[in-house]
Design a protein around this ligand. Sequence first.
Ligand code: FAD
Length: 301
Amino acid sequence: MSLLAFNARVRREVTAQRPLAHLTTLRVGGPAEYYLEARGFRDVMDAAEACRQTGLPLSVLGGGSNLLIDDAGVPGVVVNLKQMKRVVPTEHRLLVSAGASLTSVVATCARAGIAGPEGLAGIPGTIGGALAMNAGGRFAEIGEFVHKVLWLSPQGTVRYLYREEIQFSYRKSSLQGGVVLEAILEGKRGEPAALLARMKQIMDQKLASQPYAAASAGCAFTNPPGQSAGKLIDLAGCKGMSVGGAQVSEQHGNFIVNKGAATCSDVLKLMGKVKKRVFEHHGIQLIPEVKAWPQPIELAA
Ligand SMILES: Cc1cc2nc3c(=O)[nH]c(=O)nc-3n(C[C@H](O)[C@H](O)[C@H](O)COP(=O)(O)OP(=O)(O)OC[C@H]3O[C@@H](n4cnc5c(N)ncnc54)[C@H](O)[C@@H]3O)c2cc1C
């Protein structure tokens, strides 16, 4: 399908061969075949409908903080939701559009005295990405704070899903595959000053233990049950290992950082080496946490 014809269907400016690397925190990968920035639900629904009609795949980009994009780029349409960033506090809840940054939402919750989300302090990305990934860690996971989510299903229907209708598990949710458009979050009542102080404490801990300023996609692998992937990687002697411009962080074994000129291929090769070493040392198969576009990551055992 020509760019012109696709443009006509989505009624928004669509660009072809748009570079994506700078829209991800790891900063690797090739361009999107087609790319648009949605201003609201209508644009997302139009793009999804055009994709269904044409058979083009649709990929939703949030903050790009958990993404590894192939060097050859992404076929089909990439929709960036960063312009959809409404955050509206109500008495005990918060209405948030999918492209709002999780960091700003966490801070707004704390200031509004909504307790719980402060445990997500320091996690980059958007609300949509966080809900799709059930982002979280030691202190909280975002699924705990969902009242309801407005979701565009792969079949093209839009409806609110209440928390009990959504499956949230470790770094996964049943929202993956569709598009989160907006969410209403809730929490217990808390004292804003205490919540803001807790946020700062968690952020300080992260800054001390993670290569926060480096280009990375956060944790490369999920934690095996009852274990820390970072510790296993460290004990297997992988810290500092590198392939091309990709390196296992010296500060945190589960972070792969782009030293400047890494490619997706470098990152995948390095992940494969780390997985192999960890298996040789501990007999444990690591599973990638980072999402790969367009194909899921498959590392040799
Ligand atoms: C320094 C650093 C620290 C991190 N720390 C943590 C941490 O402590 N805990 C943690 O869980 N993660 C962490 N991450 C990973 C990442 O920040 C989270 O997974 C984040 O929630 C991803 O959100 P995003 O908007 O960037 O999603 P993206 O990276 O843009 O996308 C990730 C996936 O979500 C999908 N997606 C995005 N938006 C939507 C939407 N609106 N609807 C449906 N699907 C969507 C994408 O298609 C993709 O499959 C860290 C990353 C970095 C770089």
